[in-house]
Write a protein that binds this ligand. Structure first.
Ligand SMILES: [Zn+2]
Length: 283
């Protein structure tokens, strides 16, 4: 996979380099998201897709990358260590190109909310992107966790980027029983059982699960078509609910406005001023 720079107004696109006989471009946009329970999948009109894009999308958003062509030779973004840190590391090592065109952002004007059972996702007005999340798991090693973070000043890279995806040993067993090979689960996810962390090395943060859910939300919101100026709240929310939230927002023209960011707003965008020192030291 290669992430290449693109001109302002280009937006974020994937190109399947293994597809040569038809349209291989897939827009990284909320309207291209396909129903999927466990990860975020986008597809084009020809039906070709890319799955598990959320951690890469979060890394792009967290580094303030709004225009890029992502070339990939298959239908799935590599999971790597289950976090966004390996992507962030590469972006910051190669360096970012500052573009002179003003950044177009999506300013939330009115609260929009969607629910699914006891899960909720909401966007409401704020001068910068803030993410608030709450999870509540029966497994005592996870339990109830909540956190709220203002995404300015490299906060995504510092606080969220290295938090890994997680699952329960029971999920791993169920997938094995269904014949799904899961070699190396410990390498790309934190596995919990009861009150224990089974993954060697333990957790990177005591509340790594809720931080990862915030990372996922950051990635799914990065499909909005521009940075969002608003407060996102997720309670037990997942990829599908956050996508429904974007659909609900863009279905209501009175709930948002596209704005050219002035100097003061640009300063508050995620990724502005971010540098390699923001990456958590040890993983
Ligand atoms: Zn995730």
């Amino acid at each position: 996979m290669a992430v290449r720079p693109a001109s302002a107004e280009h937006g974020l696109w994937f190109r399947r380099t293994d597809i040569l006989d038809r349209d291989a471009l897939i827009s990284a946009h909320w309207s291209a998201v396909q129903p999927s329970r466990l990860c975020t999948v986008i597809a084009n009109a020809a039906g070709d897709s890319v799955s598990t894009i959320e951690h890469l999308m979060a890394a792009l958003a967290g580094c303030g990358i709004h225009n890029a062509m992502i070339e990939i030779d298959g239908p799935e973004v590599p999971i790597l260590d289950g976090s966004a840190a390996p992507f962030v590391e590469r972006f910051l090592a190669r360096g970012l190109i500052e573009q002179s065109a003003p950044v177009r952002a999506i300013r939330v004007l009115r609260a929009v909310e969607v629910r699914d059972g006891d899960a909720l996702a909401r966007l409401e007005p704020s001068d910068m992107l803030e993410i608030s999340f709450e999870i509540d798991f029966v497994a005592p090693a996870i339990g109830r966790q909540s956190r709220q973070l203002n995404m300015s000043n490299g906060a995504f890279v510092r606080e969220l980027s290295d938090s890994r995806t997680f699952c329960l040993q029971a999920d791993v067993d169920a997938m094995r029983a269904n014949g799904l090979a899961l070699g190396g689960t410990f390498d790309n996810a934190v596995v919990f059982q009861g009150d224990q962390v089974l993954s060697p090395g333990g957790l990177r943060h005591v509340d790594e699960p809720v931080r990862h859910k915030m990372l996922d939300a950051m990635g799914d919101l990065a499909l909005a078509g521009g940075p969002i100026l608003g407060l996102y709240t997720g309670i037990r929310a997942g990829h599908a609910l956050t996508n429904r939230l974007l659909r609900a927002l863009f279905a209501r023209p009175d709930a948002y406005r596209m704005v050219d960011c002035g100097a003061m707003t640009v300063e508050k965008l995620p990724g502005v001023g971010v540098h390699r020192g923001d990456l958590p030291a040890r993983r």
